[in-house]
Design a protein around this ligand. Structure first.
Ligand code: DAK
Length: 257
C-alpha cells in the first residue's frame, strides 16, 4: 500500500484507514482508490472488525479525484477502461463506515465522505463540489447523495457555483453527524465507532442495508425489506443475547453470530 495506511486493530473491533498522499491533499488517483477498495474488502471480511473509520489528515480529507491524472483523458478512455468502477465496490462495504473529515473534502473527496455511512468533522472541514470550475460536474454521487442530504436549493448552489460550505453549515444541513475541535475530531469519530462496535454486528449490517434501501426504493418495498431483515435477526444469537440481557438487567455481549 503506497497511498493509504491501514490499521485493523486501531482499537478493539475498530479499524482505521488513512488516506496518505499529503502533498497532493490526498487527491484520489486510481492507485489510491484501488488500494482503498482492496483494504475495505479485507476489513469487511475480518470478523474482528466491526466498524471502519476512514480519514485523511488535518489539512485535507481529500481534495478530489486526481485532476492531473484525468486531464488528458478522452471520453472513450474513460468508458473503455472504466477505472472509476472501483467506486462501486467501495459503496458495497457491509460494515459501518465513518468518515472522519478535517480540512478539504472536495469533489470526489466530498463524494467519498458521503459514500460513508456517517461523517464526523473537525471545525476546519470544508465540503464542496467544485468540479464546475474545471469544466466538468460531479461524477460519483455529488448530484445525487448531496441533493438527498442537503436538499435541492443548497445542492444546486454548491454544484453550480462550486462554493464550499463549512462544517457548521454542513451540520445544519444534515450532511454530517458531529463537529469537534481539530484536536478532537478523531476522538469524536472513535467515540461514535465505539458506540456502534458495542452493538450486534449482524444487526448493524442489516440495519445499514435497510437505511440505504430508503434511498433506492419506494416506501412499500422499503418497509417490506426492513421487516424481512427484522425477522431475520431472530435467527441470530445476538438477538437472544440482547433480549436476555435486557431481561436480566445486564449489558449484552454480542458475538456477531
Ligand atoms: N488533483 C490533483 N492534485 C491536486 C488536487 C486534485 N484534485 N488538489 C490539490 N492538488 C495538488 C495541487 O496541485 C498542489 O500540488 P503541487 O502544485 O504542489 O504539485 C498540492 O495538491 C497542494 O494544493 P494547492 O497548492 O492548490 O493548495 P491550496 O491550499 O492553495 O488550495 C485547494 C487547496 C483544495 C483549494 C486547491 O488545491 C484545489 O482547488 N484543488 C482542486 C479541488 C477540485 O477541483 N476538486 C475536484 C476535482 S474533480 C467519478 C469519481 C470521482 C470523480 C469523478 C467521477 N466516477 C466514479 C465516475 C471526481 C472528480 C473530482 O473530484
Amino acid at each position: 500500500m503506497e497511498f493509504i495506511t491501514v490499521d485493523n486493530q486501531f482499537e478493539k473491533h475498530i479499524a482505521l484507514i488513512r488516506l496518505n498522499r499529503p502533498k497532493e491533499l490526498n487527491a484520489l488517483n486510481l492507485q489510491l482508490m484501488g488500494e482503498l477498495r482492496d483494504a475495505l474488502a479485507e476489513l469487511d471480511a475480518d470478523d474482528e472488525v466491526r466498524v471502519v473509520i476512514l480519514t485523511g489528515n488535518e489539512k485535507a480529507f481529500a481534495a478530489g479525484a486526481d485532476i492531473k491524472q484525468m486531464a488528458g483523458k478522452t471520453a472513450i478512455d474513460m468508458l473503455i477502461t472504466d477505472q472509476f468502477s472501483t467506486w462501486d465496490q467501495i459503496k458495497k462495504t457491509k460494515k459501518p463506515l465513518i468518515a472522519a473529515v478535517s480540512g478539504f473534502a472536495l469533489g470526489g473527496g466530498c463524494e467519498l465522505a458521503m459514500t460513508c455511512d456517517m461523517i464526523v468533522a473537525s471545525e476546519s472541514a470544508r465540503f464542496g463540489q467544485p468540479e464546475i470550475k474545471i469544466g466538468v460536474m460531479p461524477g460519483a454521487g455529488g448530484t445525487q447523495r448531496l441533493t438527498r442530504a442537503v436538499g435541492k436549493a443548497r445542492a444546486m448552489e454548491m454544484v453550480l457555483t462550486g462554493k464550499f460550505i463549512s462544517a457548521e453549515e454542513a451540520l445544519a444541513a444534515g450532511l454530517i453527524n458531529r463537529i469537534a475541535p481539530v484536536e478532537m475530531y478523531m476522538e469524536a469519530a472513535k467515540d461514535l465507532a465505539r458506540e456502534i462496535a458495542a452493538m450486534s454486528p449482524v444487526a448493524a449490517r442489516l440495519a445499514k442495508e435497510s437505511v440505504n434501501r430508503a434511498f433506492e426504493t419506494h416506501l412499500d418495498e422499503g418497509l417490506h425489506f426492513e421487516r424481512k431483515n427484522f425477522y431475520m435477526l431472530f435467527a441470530s444469537e445476538d438477538q437472544k443475547e440482547g433480549m436476555q440481557a435486557f431481561v436480566e438487567k445486564r449489558k449484552p455481549e454480542f458475538k456477531g453470530k
